[in-house]
Ligand binder design. Structure first.
Ligand SMILES: [Zn+2]
Length: 274
């Protein structure tokens, strides 16, 4: 699932290539991804793109005729085609394509068994309920400890699930929640309400450091290499059975509340689990 560091790198890569270009065509291969039937993406043909922005794990194209909002779901992404570049012969699960006036194109793909990509045209991003409901974004330069404490609250909710709740904190998914908790030395199943002040401070620092560090590392990586770069950088996520890079203890793979988590039982002791 795309998470904020990779989406941010994608946004920066595309923004410098599409800003100021006009949309020449929007081809929809899979009409189920269009969520605003009364205002289809093709209504933006001819409009100039002012820029591309990230909203949590979503992106939005700011055009002269409205915002085109793109949600990636679990398996969506954008493949970039330079002007004059022919697509490779390999079959691509393209659901839509945005062609620019210089001949370059963005192929929106969904590699999942179930469609997760969504496309909507709105006047402003907050017209989408999922965008309006987003919590503060730890990648934002003005993200504060106070916002983090408000997001954590005093809830009896497992901290790994809370970190991924987009209305609490924007942009974190399954992979970075594992990485943040490992960096903070906090077990994934502990309830937020049981974290003491020292643990909250560690978790705040880990959240900011992991996400900003990943975003800095991914900057400049081309879109088709971002997923592999993310996988390669993981300390514990997806590495059940491998040694912890900090202490060498075997990383565990457990399921909490229907979602899997990978963590180090030595670095992240479960003493405070309710
Ligand atoms: Zn460890």
């Amino acid at each position: 699932m795309p998470e904020s560091p990779e989406v941010q790198a994608l946004v920066e890569f595309l923004d410098e290539r599409i800003r100021g270009r006009a949309i020449a065509a929007v081809d929809i291969d899979e009409f189920r991804v269009v969520k605003t039937r009364e205002r289809p993406p093709a209504s933006l043909v001819g409009a100039t793109i002012g820029g591309l922005s990230r909203f949590g794990k979503h992106v939005g194209f700011d055009t002269a005729a409205g915002w085109l909002m793109l949600g990636f779901g679990r398996n969506g992404w954008i493949r970039w085609l330079d002007a004059g570049e022919s697509p490779s012969d390999e079959p691509v699960p393209e659901v839509a394509r945005i062609v620019l006036d210089d001949g370059a194109a963005m192929r929106i793909v969904d590699t999942g068994d179930f469609l997760g990509v969504t496309l909507s045209v709105v006047d402003v991003p907050r017209d989408l309920s999922g965008i309006a409901a987003l919590g503060p974004d730890p990648l934002s330069v003005d993200f504060t400890r106070e916002e983090f404490d408000r997001a954590l609250g005093t809830r009896r909710k497992q901290i790994k699930a809370l970190l991924q709740e987009q209305s609490s904190l924007a942009g974190i998914g399954n992979a970075y929640s594992d990485e943040i908790l490992h960096r903070a030395r906090i077990a994934p199943a502990v309830h937020a309400a049981l974290l003491d002040d020292d643990e909250r401070e560690r978790l705040f620092q880990a959240t900011v450091d992991v996400l900003r560090g990943a975003a800095a590392d991914r900057r400049g990586v081309p879109p088709h290499e971002l997923k592999q770069a993310k996988v390669a950088a993981m300390a514990v996520h997806g590495r059940g059975g491998e040694p912890c890079p900090v202490c060498g203890t075997t990383i565990l793979d457990r399921t909490f509340g229907g979602a899997s988590a990978q963590f180090c039982p030595h670095c992240q002791p479960e003493h405070s689990v309710a």
